[in-house]
Design a protein. Structure first.
Ligand SMILES: C[S@@+](CC[C@H](N)C(=O)[O-])C[C@H]1O[C@@H](n2cnc3c(N)ncnc32)[C@H](O)[C@@H]1O
Length: 461
């Protein structure tokens, strides 16, 4: 049984009607609840005297902003990953911890309202249509500029001042410390927001928005965005579909939950009406941090680095995908099939293109039924071949690639360890180390599986 009051249904909390731009010179805190943000009179006095609010004081303001449905058994405080959510008491599976009605989340409709009514967005400005993330980023940017006059200031005030992730600004001199897959993701990290910036560059320049300001707003959105249904209607300049779960929203309070890939202890449900509920998924002991998984594909350090700007040190808590590159396949083909470089190169180029893999790599899931490896290591006389021969040829090819990768990663890790002896760019070097460590763990696991399989095949002969 939940200790929470019955959830506030969406129709009980009126959504804002289109907000006219109000002259707030008298009361800069337009929202009624916001004017009462100092829930602690001592803090109130300190703020009046020019005291800069701490992170936790800002969180207090956020909690006082709306009638959140938040379990008394949890608390928000600083932990090892910045602000996080913690259990004050033991929690049982299925207990409800948090509920937000649609009006308590920040949705694409809020962004439409402000962009359409307050910003002079012309057809010329939006030659390419904006998607959900772009639109929310523009909205967040201009609300941040309003400061305390913004309707959503108690939320925005809790955002980190600096919002750049190391992957966005990776120093050129540290490129060699990244695995090949990280180098692919490094490109993706910047390309999203650069594309978004380029789409509306003219409009942003008209408002004197520098790239760094847009970058902060875009990062706020991309690191805190959850999928929700698209809007029922939308302006012409908006690109996403109607009513499909391809859009996103920001969830104050909800977005204070930190990430854990494997067995997170809480989970969330987005209702059909757009409400958000957080439930306990694994038993939790008092004092423990509450985690969600940010998504099924973020169990790779490399992807977390790209999207969220952090990596996890413990390799048992992450699982990388193994990306195999063309050069590695060609090398294995020459070494294991005794063919010429030209022939192997030709076969591999052809198959990688046919397999339509971006960037000349294939995703290898440590299975010998992996196409196009199967085709590359196929016999020249397939009609004389049998399953056993096929499998052992494939295993030899795959193991060659895995062994080479493993020794590359061991060497790379040694180089990173040496580089860590000087203090420059330590955060980046630790990130590179975590990525290489988790990839090495995944590759080693795959190697063991392949070797066990190879031994089993040998026994059969
Ligand atoms: C949605 S916010 C979570 C709240 C955040 N900790 C804060 O202080 O506002 C996501 C950000 O939290 C941090 N984070 C979340 N989970 C993490 C983890 N497992 N390890 C390191 N950092 C994490 C990252 O900076 C990430 O971009």
């Amino acid at each position: 049984m939940s200790d929470l009051p019955a959830p506030i249904l969406s129709h009980d909390v009126p959504c804002r009607s289109p907000v006219p731009i109000v002259d707030n010179t008298e009361n800069p805190l337009k929202h009624k609840n916001v004017s009462k943000t100092c829930i602690n009179p001592e803090i109130c006095q300190l703020v009046k005297n020019g005291h800069k609010k701490s992170d936790l004081e800002k969180i207090q303001d956020l909690l006082a902003w709306k009638p959140w449905t938040l379990s008394e058994k949890i608390e928000i405080r600083r932990g090892q990953f910045g602000i996080g959510v913690f259990a004050k008491e033991d929690l049982k599976i299925d207990e409800q911890l948090f509920f937000a009605s649609p009006c308590q989340t920040i949705r694409i409709e809020n962004a439409f309202e402000v962009i359409e009514s307050e910003l002079d967005l012309t057809e010329e400005d939006v030659k390419q249509h904006l998607d959900c993330a772009d639109t929310l980023a523009v909205y967040i940017l201009f609300e941040l500029r309003k400061g305390p006059k913004s309707d959503i200031w108690p939320y925005l005030a809790t955002m980190p001042e600096e919002y750049t992730t190391p992957f966005d600004y990776w120093p050129v001199e540290l490129h060699d410390y990244l695995t090949p897959a990280s180098n692919d993701f490094l490109f993706l990290a910047t390309s999203d927001y650069v594309d978004a910036y380029m789409k509306i560059r003219g409009f942003l320049e008209k408002h004197n928005v520098e790239e760094s300001e847009f970058h902060r707003a875009y990062s706020i959105v991309s690191t805190r965005y959850y999928y929700a249904d698209g809007p029922a209607t939308h302006p012409d300049w908006f690109v996403s579909g109607l009513g499909e779960a391809d859009c996103g929203a920001l969830g104050p309070i909800f977005d204070l939950w930190n990430h854990q890939s494997i067995k997170p202890n809480t989970d969330w449900i987005v209702g059909e009406d757009g409400s958000m509920t957080m439930n306990v998924q694994e038993p939790v002991q008092a004092g423990e941090e509450l985690f969600i998984s940010y998504g099924s594909r973020v169990d790779e350090n490399v992807r977390m680095a790209q999207t969220y700007g952090f990596t996890i040190e413990d390799p048992s808590k992450v699982e990388e995908l193994i990306y195999i590159y063309k050069d590695e396949i060609v090398d294995a083909c020459v070494a294991r099939l005794g063919k010429s470089f030209a022939e192997c190169d030709d076969r591999t180029s052809h198959l990688i293109v046919e397999n339509d893999e971006e960037g000349g790599h294939i995703n290898f899931d440590c299975s010998i039924n992996s196409y196009p490896l199967e085709s590359i290591f196929a016999s020249d006389n397939p009609e004389e071949d049998n399953d056993h021969n096929k499998a052992s040829r494939l295993l030899r090819g795959a193991l060659h690639i895995i062994y080479e990768r493993r020794s590359f990663l061991e060497h790379l890790l040694q180089e990173i360890e040496d580089a860590l002896e000087d203090d420059i760019n330590r955060e980046h070097k630790f990130m590179a180390k975590n990525i290489a460590t988790s990839e090495l763990a995944t590759v080693t696991k795959c190697m063991t599986q392949m070797e066990d399989l190879a031994i089993a095949y040998e026994r059969l002969t």
